[in-house]
Design a protein around this ligand. Structure first.
Ligand code: 15L
Length: 284
């Protein structure tokens, strides 16, 4: 079930916010954007950021190390959980970083009485929906990779901890975070970093939030996703992919055509290791 926000509830106080995956591509951008909003921001990753600034607090932790995850959760009010593998990978790597790692984060958050968690889910949870279909957040998952499966697991964990333990959770099915959409597919799924911050603030601060899934995209004319629920929660995207249509389409001309990637929302993640029969699964 999705879309559960309690009718009332006070604004949670977010003094100490933990950002996992702080050294990754999205984490590096968010470090700078979140610090003015949450001055006691704690950064964590398996490896330190190359450019840690004075005033930034960093805790090195492997998410599969249960002791390390519990230790860094002490005194935390809200978590932005980006950490783990962010693309397709071998099963062992996905299992440790994204499945065991996500479990450790949610369980540590419960024990430490964390109020909110924003889970960085992915569009690859629903990657095998055809591009011809507009989907909302209530369709069943159709992951396109082991990575997508691990993100579906994370969404399920978020629901469990929200309903059973009162840990308010927002799952953001992130499209592609970048300064601009870099190809035709990204014109549909692009998310500018500032819009991601707006979604994170909804997850951490919106009064009464219990459990929600939203799509992490900007105001994209070619979107395949119905983000009505995000709008109801107060999301007003500022970015518009269509402003970058020329550069995105120019870049697309340099990409080799691939019938599997082009049929489905997950793109190359669907084509990777594909051994099925496109004629059987392609939408009619
Ligand atoms: C993701 O989930 C990945 O983390 C990112 O690297 C991109 O590949 C993005 O999806 C995408 O679908 O473009």
């Amino acid at each position: 079930m999705n879309g559960v926000t309690a009718a009332s509830g006070q604004t949670p106080v977010m003094r100490r916010v933990l950002l996992t995956g702080a050294s990754g591509g999205i984490g590096t951008r968010l470090r700078k954007l979140l610090k003015p909003l949450y001055p006691e921001l704690i950064l964590s990753d398996i490896r330190p950021p190359g450019d840690l600034l004075p005033g930034e607090t960093f805790i090195q932790a492997d998410l599969a190390d249960v002791g390390a995850v519990h230790a860094m959760m002490q005194g935390i009010d809200g978590v932005v959980h980006l950490g783990g593998y962010s693309v397709e990978g071998p099963w062992d790597a996905i299992l440790n970083a994204n499945i065991v790692g996500a479990y450790n984060v949610f369980e540590a958050a419960r024990i430490a009485h964390v109020q909110r968690i924003v889970f960085a889910s992915s569009n690859h949870v629903v990657g095998f929906y055809p591009r011809s279909q507009t989907i909302g957040v209530d369709e069943h998952v159709l992951p396109d990779s082991r990575y997508g499966v691990s993100k579906a697991f994370g969404e399920a964990l978020a629901a469990l901890y929200a309903y059973k333990h009162g840990l308010g959770a927002l799952c953001i099915r992130i499209g592609n975070v970048d300064d601009r959409p870099v190809d035709e597919r990204r014109l549909a799924i692009w998310l500018n970093p500032e819009d991601l911050v707006s979604l994170i603030r909804i997850g951490l601060e919106r009064p009464g939030l219990v459990y929600e899934i939203v799509y992490g995209m900007s105001g994209n004319k070619r979107a395949w996703w119905d983000n009505t629920r995000a709008g109801e929660l107060g999301y007003e995207p500022q970015g518009r992919a269509e402003d970058h249509v020329e550069s995105a389409m120019a870049a697309q001309r340099g990409i080799a055509p691939d019938p599997v990637a082009e049929a489905f929302q997950g793109g190359a993640f669907c084509a990777d290791e594909f051994s099925s029969d496109l004629a059987k699964i392609r939408p009619s």
